[in-house]
Design a protein around this ligand. Sequence first.
Ligand code: DNO
Length: 355
Amino acid sequence: MIMSLRYFGPTDPIPLKYIRQIPGVKGVVSTLYDTTPGEVWTREAIRSLKESIEDADLSLAGIESVNIHDAIKIGSPDRDQYIENYIKTLEALGEEKVNLVCYNFMPVFDWTRTNLAKLREDGSTVLSYNQSVIDTVDPEELFDTINENAGDLVLPGWEPERIDQIKHLFNEYRAVDNEKLFRNLVYFLKAIMPTCEKYGIKMAIHPDDPSWSVFGLPRIISEKTMLVRMLEAVDNPCNGVTLCTGSLSSNDKNDVCQIIPALKGRIYFAHVRNIRQYGDHNFDEAAHLSADGSLDMFKIMKTLYDNGFDGVIRPDHGRAVWGEGGMPGYGLYDRAMGACYLNGIWESLEKTYPR
Ligand code: DNO
C-alpha cells in the first residue's frame, strides 16, 4: 500500500516539503494543471512534474486525473480524435513510467457540493451537499457560487472557463441517457486498452460524486452493479477502479464493505474518507475518524486489506481546522490527521493479520 496525498502542483498552497513531513506519506497524486481535457500531454511536462516531486523525496504515485473530453462521453462525431489524443497522453505517461491514471466519466460536472464551508459544532468547516438547494438552483448559478467561495483558488472540476460551455453541454447531453453514456465509456476503454497493456497503465475510474444524477444529467458509476458491469464489459486488468468511500457512501444504500469484494483485484487507487449521511440525498463531510461520521473506517480498511488491496491510497477531503484557509477539502492539517489515522489502522491490520 502506498500512502499518498493529492498535490495541486506548483500553485498548491501546501508545498511538497510539508507533505513529505507527514509520517508514512510516500507519494503524491497530481496532474498537469495547465492542460485542458482533450489536450495531448508532453513527455517533458510530465517529466518536469515527476522530477519536482522526486526532488522533494516523494514519488509521483499516479495521475489524478487525466480528464476525459465531453466529446468522448457524449459520443460526438469527433470523439475518435479525442480518444487518439488521450492515447498519446497515455503513451507519454507510459514512457515516463507513470502507470496509474484516475479519471471519471461524469458529464459536465466533476464532484458537486452545495456548501464549501458548512460550520460544524466543533468550529471547523466542511463541504456539504443538500439536495433541496440543487432542486432550486440552476447549474450556472451553482457554478458561480462555487467559484465565488473558492476565493483565488481554482477548484479542480470547476475551472471558471468552463462556465461558457455549460449551456452548450447541457444541450449536447440531452440525447445521452445512462445506457448511451455506458456504451461510450466501454467504447473509450476498449480503444485505450492496447496502450494501457503495452505500458502497464492501470486505469482507475472514480465513482460519481454524489452517486446520483444531478441536474438531470446521466450518471453511471454510482453503485456496485454498474461498477461490476463496467469491469466485466472490458475485462482487462488494466481496467480498474478508484474506490472512493465518500462518493459511494453519499448514497446510504451503498455499502462500501460489500462493494470492495465485488471489485477484488481491480481496485488500484483508494480515496478513503468519512461522511455524515442524513436524510435522503443530503450529507456533510467529516473527519476521517469512524466516530465522527457514518462510516466504519476500520471495517472499510479491513475489507480492503482482506481483499488483498495493495495499491495507492490517500486520505480524502478534510475539514478546515485550526484556522487554515486554502482549498476547500484540501487543507494540510485534517488530511495529515487522516493519513496518520489510516496508517494506524493499516499497521494494526498488518500486525494482527500478517499476510
Ligand atoms: C474531488 C475529487 C475528484 C476526483 C475526480 C477524478 O475532490 O475526488 O475531483 O479527483 O473525480 O477524476
